[in-house]
Design a protein around this ligand. Structure first.
Ligand SMILES: NC(=O)CC[C@H](N)C(=O)O
Length: 233
């Protein structure tokens, strides 16, 4: 699997992401710079977490206008796989490669805590190594993670099986009104969504930070092992 990781000024999770990809796929990803205007041959583009352009204007708003986004868009339009984590998810929504927006967290505070996610579909390259209904742990580290879209868009996402992950409490209970099970107040507890062709996926939590047994847990491994299976044909 040939993966590329896009670095913006202010990105801070690119090395965590590179480490996770290397550990699970056995192959080091290529680091890409936001001003690049061409891409090497890739199977997967990852937009990692951080504070691109210092979150000025809105999280992800300026990153969505970096030159490389033209290439990312063309890659996605050709059917390429794109993963956006946290700030990467925010950039993908700002670029309208994924629907909805990430507003300020309910409670107006930056969250730095464990999150618990339920897998809503296993019918994608990103989620095939889980079963629908599986619950796993993933760190949360964001101020703007409150997923918001129109009721019609939310209905469409659900109708097309494009909700990838939902926030639940550690025991797996779903309650969109509870700050325990839905810490940032996301609509319908949505933590991650998919594009219409299910090849672009964005999520706020950080599975890349739980892939190494030496760090205490490997809950995030299936995200990467699923991609490896799908993209190493
Ligand atoms: N860890 C991150 O990617 C942070 C995302 C974003 N800058 C926020 O605070 O919402």
């Amino acid at each position: 699997m040939k993966a590329g990781i896009v670095v913006f000024p202010g990105t801070n999770r690119e090395r965590d992401m590179a480490q996770a990809l290397r550990l699970v796929s056995g192959k080091a990803p290529t680091m890409l710079w936001h001003r690049d205007t061409s891409l090497p041959e890739l199977d997967l583009i990852v937009l990692p977490g951080g504070f691109s352009f210092g979150d000025y204007l809105r999280s992800g708003a300026m990153g969505a206008h970096s030159p490389i986004l033209r290439e990312v868009r063309a890659f996605a339009e050709r059917g390429g796989y794109v993963l956006g984590v946290c700030n990467g998810f925010q950039i993908l929504t700002e670029a309208q490669l994924l629907p909805g927006a990430l507003l300020r967290n309910a409670g107006m505070r930056f969250l730095s805590q464990d999150g618990f996610l339920r897998v809503e579909t296993s019918d994608t390259a990103f989620t095939r190594d889980w079963s629908k209904g599986d619950v796993f742990r993933a760190p949360l580290a964001h101020g703007d993670g409150n997923y918001t879209a129109s009721e019609a868009e939310l209905d469409r996402l659900e109708g097309e099986d494009r909700v990838a992950f939902r926030y639940v409490c550690p025991h797996g209970t779903l309650d969109a009104a509870s700050r325990v099970s839905n810490p940032n107040g996301s609509q319908r507890s949505i933590a991650g969504v998919l594009s219409a062709n299910k090849r672009v996926c964005g999520l706020m939590p950080h599975p890349e930070n739980l892939v190494d047994p030496d760090l205490g847990a490997t809950d995030g491994v299936p995200l990467f092992s699923g991609l490896v299976k799908s993209l190493v044909a």
